[in-house]
Design a protein around this ligand. Structure first.
Ligand SMILES: C[S@@+](CC[C@H](N)C(=O)[O-])C[C@H]1O[C@@H](n2cnc3c(N)ncnc32)[C@H](O)[C@@H]1O
Length: 302
């Protein structure tokens, strides 16, 4: 099994890079199963699972257009290097002004290369759109933002996806999760990483209780095997929907520590959960690192 985790060219808040090894060990697929990912975001999960056949979807049209242009050969690693070297130089000369020029250009023309540029030059690599569907993340100041080594890193990320798209049968659709899940057959595997309730980020990315209920219903109706990423609890709150909406699922939890500043007292943890409609065996324990505590326990079954 390939243990390396490849980071894709487009980043997004909530990216599941660190959970990929655990997800990879917990997925159950048949040789003819299609991987169905209705909330692809960066695509890091499916791109690393590397299923032969896959459907990737998202309501954010810019993510989908970016990958469709790689698939059709319009965006290549050469095109990306050329573009980022040129635009990076202009950013170095124009600084803030140039960033906002590109942001305005993107909001008028929606060019996927401008989307990549903004995603990698904006504050914290965020993706956020306002109510007019304009990208509105401010500039993430950094001297020599597109230095040669950084451009090469992004080019390698594009090149990796480019070669995957040549050898795998992957499709990309801009559509809501209901449409994507309806495409699943009972032998397929659906991995869902929806936005978290109450953490509304942007206008392609809103989520409420009605959406959570609709997602549960669509998954159950599909008769396919599914896995849902969500949060379980932190020191202050627990995710009430796990014991209500998702009480027919099994749950794997994993603790993540993160630091705010250097002091021990500022160490916080959040428990991430993977919910499945099948039993995960526990062999995934072998690859966890010291600070990655894993527990598997069954939820009550209705
Ligand atoms: C938490 S992110 C997924 C992150 C992804 N798993 C990763 O590791 O990069 C959620 C994604 O769901 C998309 N989304 C939000 N609402 C949606 C909906 N109703 N149908 C389909 N996609 C939706 C957002 O645009 C966003 O890209």
């Amino acid at each position: 099994m390939n243990e390396k985790v490849y980071v894709p060219p487009i980043k997004i808040q909530g990216i599941k890079t660190k959970l990929v090894p655990l997800i990879r060990q917990s997925v159950i697929m048949q040789p003819n199963s299609v991987w169905i990912e209705p909330f692809m975001g960066s695509g890091v999960v499916g791109f690393n699972i590397e299923p032969h056949k896959a459907i990737f979807a998202d309501t954010n049209p810019h993510i989908i257009e970016f990958y469709n242009q790689i698939k059709s050969g319009i965006i290549t690693s050469y095109v990306v290097r050329d573009f980022l070297e040129r635009e990076g130089k202009l950013l170095e000369e124009g600084d803030d002004n140039y960033y906002y020029t590109v942001r305005k250009r993107f909001n008028n023309e929606h060019h996927p290369l401008d989307f990549l540029f903004l995603n990698r030059a904006c504050f914290n690599g965020m993706i956020r759109f306002n109510k007019d569907y304009d990208f509105n993340v401010p500039y993430g100041h950094k001297p020599r933002r597109f230095a040669k080594a950084y451009v090469t890193k992004i080019v390698n990320q594009v090149s990796h996806v480019e070669s995957l798209l040549k050898t795998h049968s992957w499709e990309f659709f801009c559509q809501p999760f209901e449409t994507t899940i309806a495409m699943a057959g009972m032998n397929d595997f659906i991995y869902c990483d929806p936005p978290y309730i109450g953490r509304h980020v942007d206008y392609y990315d809103s989520w409420d209780e009605k959406s959570e209920l609709a997602l549960h219903k669509a998954l159950v109706d599909s008769n396919a095997k599914f896995m849902l990423s969500t949060w379980d609890h932190n020191d202050y709150r627990k995710n009430e929907y796990i014991a209500t909406v998702w009480n027919d699922c099994q749950r794997i939890t994993r603790e993540h520590f993160y630091h705010v500043g250097a002091k021990e007292k500022n160490r916080n943890s959040v428990i991430e959960a993977l919910l499945t409609n099948y039993t995960v065996t526990g062999k995934q324990n072998t690859l966890l690192k010291e600070n990655e505590q894993l527990s598997i326990f069954n939820m009550m079954t209705v």
